[in-house]
Design a binder for this molecule. Sequence first.
Ligand SMILES: *Cc1c(COP(=O)(O)O)cnc(C)c1O
Length: 398
Amino acid sequence: MSDPLMNVYNRAPLALVSGRGAWVFAEDGSTYLDCVGGVATNALGHAHPALVAALTEQAQHLWHVSNIFQIPQQTALADRLVAASFADRVFFANTGSEAVECALKTARRYHAANGQPERIDIIGFEGSFHGRTYAAVNASGNAAYLEGFGPRLPGYLQLNVRDAAGIEAAIAADTTAAVIVEPVQGEGGARALSGEFLQRLRALCTEHGVLLIYDEVQSGMGRTGKLFAHQWFEGVEPDIMALAKALGSGFPVAACLATEAAAKGMTPGAHGSTFGGNPLAMAVAIAAFDEISRPETLMLSRGVGHHLAVELDHLIRRRPDVFVERRGKGMLIGLKLKPNNREFMAAARDRGLLVAGGGDNCIRLLPPLILSREEAEFALERLEQTCDAFGAAPIRAA
Ligand SMILES: *Cc1c(COP(=O)(O)O)cnc(C)c1O
């Protein structure tokens, strides 16, 4: 038997053919509630009318031209991102890894432009995920992704988030360029960092002239109930931020945002992309931005996210045989399991619920931000039914 695809994915035996809102449909007519959401990407669900309209309209005019020309749609989206964030400058790319690459290059270039080219070290954290390019796997805190790909690149180190002294010493070192951190770790197991931790990082970086990079590829664009996860806290704004996943709500598009000062080294010729920021991607991303950033969208998702959190905590108390704890923030929900997470995902799928995996034996619920109360109830009910396939009998309230 020959499979023409590189065998790099652990795929579920399921081929979906269409979707609408939070629901997806398979060839054989079976229906699933989609709490994978393209791994935190389809923030507006499937076939959202505003996105379909933006895509089909733009598709009739111009898809791609190249960044050797003006692309006014880039300015239109960059204006929105700048107005909604700490940033002054935006670079458009196609994937999260590329946004991270741009962030890391921006940081090193900044120091080179300031006459300190020896500042190259990037401090990352254990359990982090920043993508699959060489720089991104070196910045990530998962050594498995480096195996067999040659030597580790120089200038990357990973620390434990609880190692306060180590973090302080590393940031103070005179070869340090930047710290890269996910305000809510995604792939690594949905761990939300505290406001105090981010405030401490911000203060240390400012004190030592080190740039602070947030990887909000997964936690950004409304996923946690604010447009960007770090906006839950005061005094923690970064110098640079990577976005992708929900930025196009399913269309491949990414962005690297920076302050004017941090973007100092990004001069003509320093960086580029063939496809990045093409008119088709921009049209969809502008429509997605306008829907996601509406106060009603964020407010409704916060409400449903809160409801899910409360009900999941009840479920965890009823089923200590299955669940260890709940993690994450808003609609980036992690549940650490006792049974194997892959087996649990398959059993949930058999019951009409799609959930994502995650590090540390977690499953992740990453539903669209437009999930309704009724759909949240469906997810909770099917999770509980899935529990019955594992562990001991439920604990009923006395
Ligand atoms: C998914 C992800 C990436 C990588 O994005 P790709 O589009 O797969 O390159 C980077 N960082 C974080 C936090 C992610 O969740």
